[in-house]
Design a protein around this ligand. Structure first.
Ligand SMILES: C[S@@+](CC[C@H](N)C(=O)[O-])C[C@H]1O[C@@H](n2cnc3c(N)ncnc32)[C@H](O)[C@@H]1O
Length: 352
């Protein structure tokens, strides 16, 4: 052992920060579950007693939570008045559920990564993977809430307009299939924006579709969107003007089989819109905070999910454009273009 003391101190410091972040993840989940952030956003600067009364929770428990939140920089604390508050940015991230910067909901996904870790460990040994459907309940809602803010912020305003001619056709009225739709966040968003079109969301995980139907009813679009249990390789219907996959192709065991089936089900002038996590083609290009999140989720969820299905290609969440183009080529698509991107997602346009 010839560790450099200065480098060791710096690395231990980084790890102290990382351990604090990992521990505080459960507190974000707790705050979200009990509505504490929303209570704070409504109340403005308040003492722990005032907040406890408003939230209907025990003051001593809440004071400890608030202290941890202040130490995390997730809430502000004024020592002169002993009041806690959310500034505008903190409120957007923790309390604004429909907004573009909301992140608290995604902690349900993180919770599933911890709860299901023993099963992932077993999958490492057997190599048989762990199916999406075999995870804890909190993964499904956590994933819906993790991805929805990005779709809210970009799907209708930027991603669809970036596709060649698709927005006009959606406004005229076409049939659209959203594959691996999960809780239907993307399907319902599109159905709201393009009332002349008809939408069907397919997913192999039937319980997720029950929630999707609920979302469609709540959002008043149940007349133009339906949800059916089907895998990406055998969903019914044909002549679709648009087929979409949002953050799900890499979870599938046979992405080439799925893309081939999609090509066969598209109208001749139809478009396949493939949304995948944004990534460079090589590992070194992904060694950054976004790559860290996606490789982590991919280790615990996406890669085992793919390995649990036929073919078990296991693209991983950071597959990168070159590998996705190889899948598209093998599936017989002749047109492939990166139409849009955000730090989290790339939007690919494919045509038969
Ligand atoms: C990461 S989630 C994304 C869900 C949704 N598209 C979203 O963006 O919120 C992946 C989804 O793919 C679905 N899935 C995985 N393999 C599938 C397959 N072979 N056929 C259809 N759906 C599949 C899972 O059930 C899950 O709902």
């Amino acid at each position: 052992m010839a560790a450099d003391p200065g480098k060791l101190e710096a690395f231990v410091g980084k790890m102290a920060g990382d351990m604090g972040a990992a521990m505080s993840a459960s507190l974000v989940q707790l705050g979200d579950r009990l509505g504490l952030y929303k209570t704070m956003a409504e109340a403005g600067p308040s003492t722990s007693s005032t907040l406890a009364a408003r939230a209907g929770v025990n003051e001593r428990n809440l004071r400890e939570w608030l202290s941890a939140q202040a130490a995390s920089g997730y809430v502000d604390y004024d020592p002169a008045t002993s009041k806690f508050s959310l500034n505008d940015e903190q409120a957007m991230v923790f309390a604004d559920e429909g907004g573009p910067a909301f992140m608290a909901g995604g902690f349900g996904l993180i919770a599933a990564m911890f709860i299901d870790e023993p099963n992932v460990a077993e999958a490492f040994k057997t190599g048989r993977g762990l199916g999406w459907h075999e995870h804890s309940q909190c993964l499904f809602r956590g994933t819906e809430r993790f991805f929805r803010p990005g779709y809210n912020a970009n799907l209708v305003s930027a991603w669809i307009p970036a596709l060649d001619g698709v927005e006009a056709r959606l406004n005229e009225g076409i049939s659209v299939a959203d594959i691996g739709c999960g809780h239907g966040a993307s399907t319902v968003l599109m159905a709201k924006a393009y009332p002349n079109s008809r939408f069907v969301g397919f997913d192999y995980h039937a319980p997720s579709l029950e929630r999707a139907r609920e979302v469609a009813r709540d959002e008043g679009v149940a007349d133009r969107v339906r949800f059916e249990t089907a895998s990406a390789k055998d969903f019914p219907g044909e002549g679709y003007g648009l087929v979409t996959i949002f953050d799900a192709l890499h979870d599938m065991g046979d992405p080439v089989g799925a893309a081939t089936h999609i090509r066969e089900r598209l109208a001749p002038d139809g478009t396949f819109m493939l949304v995948e996590p944004n990534a460079q083609d090589d590992l070194s290009g992904n060694l950054n905070p976004v790559g860290r999140m996606f490789y982590s989720a991919s280790t615990m969820v996406c890669t085992p999910a793919s390995m649990n299905q036929e073919v078990a290609l296991a693209l991983g969440a950071q597959a990168g454009e070159a590998r996705l183009k190889a899948v598209a080529d093998e599936a017989g698509f002749t047109h492939f273009r990166r139409a849009a991107e955000t730090p989290f997602n790339m939007v690919l346009e494919l045509r038969p």
